[in-house]
Design a protein around this ligand. Sequence first.
Ligand code: PEP
Ligand code: MN
Length: 342
Amino acid sequence: MIVTLAPDADPQGVRRALTEMGLWACRYDREEGPVCFTVQPWSEAVQPERILSLEGVESVARAASPHPLIDRQRLPLSVAGVRFGGPRQVLMAGPCSVESPEQIRRIASRLAPLGVRLLRGGAFKPRTSPYAFQGVGEQALGWLRAAADEFGMGVITEALGESTVDAVAAHAEMIQIGSRNMHSYSLLREVARAGKPVLLKRGMAATVEEWLLAGEYLLYHGAAGVVFCERGIRGFDPSTRNLLDLASVALLAHVHRLPVVVDPSHALGRRDLILPLSRAARAAGAVGLLIETHDDPGRSLSDGPQALLPAEFEELAKEMLRGESIGGTPPGREAGPTARPR
Ligand code: PEP
Ligand code: MN
């Protein structure tokens, strides 16, 4: 159950009254909008009418869904002044790994004039092999921030473990949770506590419901918003690195009405198919794209084969940021009770 308070209510007083009824209530605040309490399922059974009769309570909604906070998330969602779910596609781009101050500055200087306002690069890399390049580490966060500041961009970067969250949060407007960590609930909690928006990549074998519940963890523990990122799931065919699940993108965009973006780079693992799949992602309802690009992919320390060359990236950016979506971006949810996903 979600209990929403009136603007002039005394939240402490309402909490006391709820506790006296045997209800475990957790306060949930957003920057804008009223104070809410989520009532935990292990609370005593109390009729909503009794709660509604308490002074200061404006409405009581029964959560028929296991992810009520995600269901209430509204579009558009702003990150560093960039609107996910607004009229324009959002392009997040950069190298897989931040390799040096010169490398990230050079890439930022070519992406910013193309309309990329969110610079994405990894300082801590989740690599399947312990022998693969693991990222430069904390030092790279400063390089990333400096490059973004110089070219007026926001930063997205991954927090790989709980011990890295504070440093990442100090340098980024949006924190990425990588595919391998979508189920790391203690990391989700810690990242959420930083109070920033989160880019939540889908686990490579996660169901849509598990993905939504990971998002619920983030909102419940204080994240400012969640953008879902489809990056391909485990398939049986190695022709492409993963299987880009555009059906789930359409489901999130058009049924759940959530901000969903697509990362074709990790889905495909090869640069030649990124443009056609970016078009398909947009047609399916994705509000943005996460694309890896490198000035010299042959020398990239990670994910070189999927990094777009500068000219290829420019072609993609020009097409994706031009005019209206060919598939129609899903309309934002209006304020008010959320329609149940069918
Ligand atoms: C990445 O974004 O660089 C990355 C490693 O992605 P994923 O977590 O989707 O594998
Ligand atoms: Mn990568």
